[in-house]
Design a protein. Structure first.
Length: 178
C-alpha cells in the first residue's frame, strides 16, 4: 500500500519555505500549507495558535501531520496499491484540491469504469473501487498528461497565473514516465 512517508521528501522539494506572493491565490504559504489550511489545523492538530508567525515557524513534522490528516487521508491514499500513482495523485490534490479527484474520476470514466462515476471531486467508495479495479500504470500515464493539460488550460483561462506555469510543469515532470 502507498505511504506518505515515502513521498514526503519529494513533496517538500516543491513545497519549500515561506512565501507570500500577491499573485498566488493561496496567499501566505509555508511548506505548501496555506494560512487558511494552517488556521484550520493549528490548534486541534498541532496545539499551536493559528497565527502567521506560527505558520512561518512550521516544522516538517507539523507539515507532515497536516498533509496526512488534511490531504492524504481524505484520498484514502493508504489504500492505493500503486505508490507512484498515489504520489502523483496526492501531489496534484495538494496543488489543486478537489480538481485532482475530478480529473481522476474523468480518467476512470474514459478508461471504461462501470458504473460511470460522478465527477464530483469526492474520493468516495465508488471512486476508490474504480481505482482499485483499474490498470494503475496505464492510468498514471493518462493522469500525468491530464494534469499537464489542466495547468495549460488554467493559464489560458487566467493569464495572470502564467508566471506559475513553468514551475507547475516542472513539478509534474518530476514524476517519472511509466
Amino acid at each position: 500500500m502507498a505511504s506518505l512517508e515515502r513521498f514526503f521528501p519529494h513533496l517538500l522539494r516543491f513545497e519549500g519555505g515561506f512565501v507570500n506572493d500577491p499573485a498566488d491565490p493561496g496567499g501566505a504559504t509555508n511548506k505548501g500549507i496555506t494560512l487558511a489550511t494552517f488556521q484550520r489545523y493549528a490548534t486541534p492538530l498541532l496545539g499551536v495558535a493559528p497565527t502567521l508567525d506560527n505558520l512561518r515557524a512550521l516544522s516538517d513534522v507539523q507539515a507532515f501531520s497536516i498533509y496526512k490528516v488534511g490531504y492524504w487521508d481524505p484520498l484514502h491514499a493508504d489504500e492505493i496499491v500503486d505508490q507512484p500513482f498515489a504520489e502523483i495523485f496526492f501531489d496534484f490534490h495538494v496543488n489543486a484540491g478537489a480538481v485532482a479527484v475530478r480529473v481522476l474520476q474523468g480518467a476512470l470514466n474514459d478508461t471504461g469504469s462501470k458504473p460511470r462515476l460522478a465527477a464530483d471531486g469526492v474520493m468516495g467508495p465508488g471512486t476508490l473501487e474504480a481505482l482499485h479495479g483499474s490498470d494503475q500504470t496505464g492510468l498514471y500515464r493518462i493522469y500525468k498528461q491530464r494534469r499537464i493539460d489542466y495547468y495549460r488550460d488554467l493559464v489560458a483561462r487566467r493569464p495572470t497565473l502564467t508566471k506559475f506555469l513553468n514551475g507547475w510543469l516542472k513539478r509534474v515532470n518530476s514524476f517519472p514516465d511509466r
